[in-house]
Design a binder for this molecule. Structure first.
Ligand code: GRF
Length: 215
């Protein structure tokens, strides 16, 4: 199975996925990194791992529709079966979502449906929430609204800053995203409407549900 990652920034989630593929934990081919930013740290990581990079600056396209069409055609040409958004800062168009329905995942650094969108950690702290976390979900046409695959929770501490909270959550992102991808590649994920089930997973563990098995 071929996987593509779309990333705009640092690329630490992309790196963890690449490591899991390289070590053989995820039995798939990481065919491509697609990025909209030439400054993305993910590009250097891709080079280290020998993964092909497709750099597509948005300003070279007239609109979002034509931009996404280009990406979809590249992904189809590469015969990609799973698209993983990992810090991809663009909202994907309906056509893109439909082309990869139930085959596109995203990671978001909150316990969805709480705190979708941007500036998540600042909003969590301002709200006074006592838990936050990370969510891997399938992508639908809304913003951070798709069916949830796996979530991890972390405590919010009184002294937290957006950065300290982000770092605590990121450690869990690095475990739950490769785990979700591995389950997908193994064909263990069932989707029924909004409800996603991982076959033979444990749903009794805290704070990650379903329980981590490999990461
Ligand atoms: C992560 O916190 C992810 O949840 C969010 O953007 C950040 C990307 O970090 N969508 P990185 O580029 O993977 O290091």
């Amino acid at each position: 199975m071929k996987i593509a990652v779309l990333a705009s920034g640092r690329g630490s989630n992309f790196q963890k996925i690449a490591e899991a593929v390289k070590s053989g934990k995820i039995r798939a081919e990481l065919a491509l990194l697609v990025t909209d930013r030439e400054t993305a740290g993910a590009i250097n990581i891709a080079r280290e791992f020998g993964i092909n990079v497709c750099l597509l600056p948005f300003k070279k396209f007239p609109n979002r529709e034509s931009y996404d069409k280009k990406i979809v055609s590249i992904l189809k040409q590469e015969k990609v079966s799973l698209v993983c958004l990992a810090g991809y800062m663009r909202i994907v168009s309906q056509t893109f979502v439909k082309s990869f329905e139930n085959r596109m995942m995203n990671i978001h650094p909150s316990l969805l449906p709480a705190f979708p969108g941007l500036n998540v950690h600042r909003k969590v702290l301002e709200y006074g929430a006592k838990f936050s976390g990370a969510t891997v979900h399938f992508v639908d046409t809304g913003v951070d609204t798709g069916p949830i695959i796996i979530q991890a929770t972390v405590p919010v501490k009184p002294q937290d800053t957006p950065d300290s909270l982000a770092n605590r959550i990121l450690k869990w992102e690095h475990r739950i995203y490769p785990q979700a991808i591995k389950w997908f590649v193994e064909g263990r994920i069932t989707i029924s409407g909004r409800k996603v089930t991982v076959n033979d997973a444990s749903y009794a563990s805290v704070p990650v549900v379903p329980a981590l098995e490999d990461f």
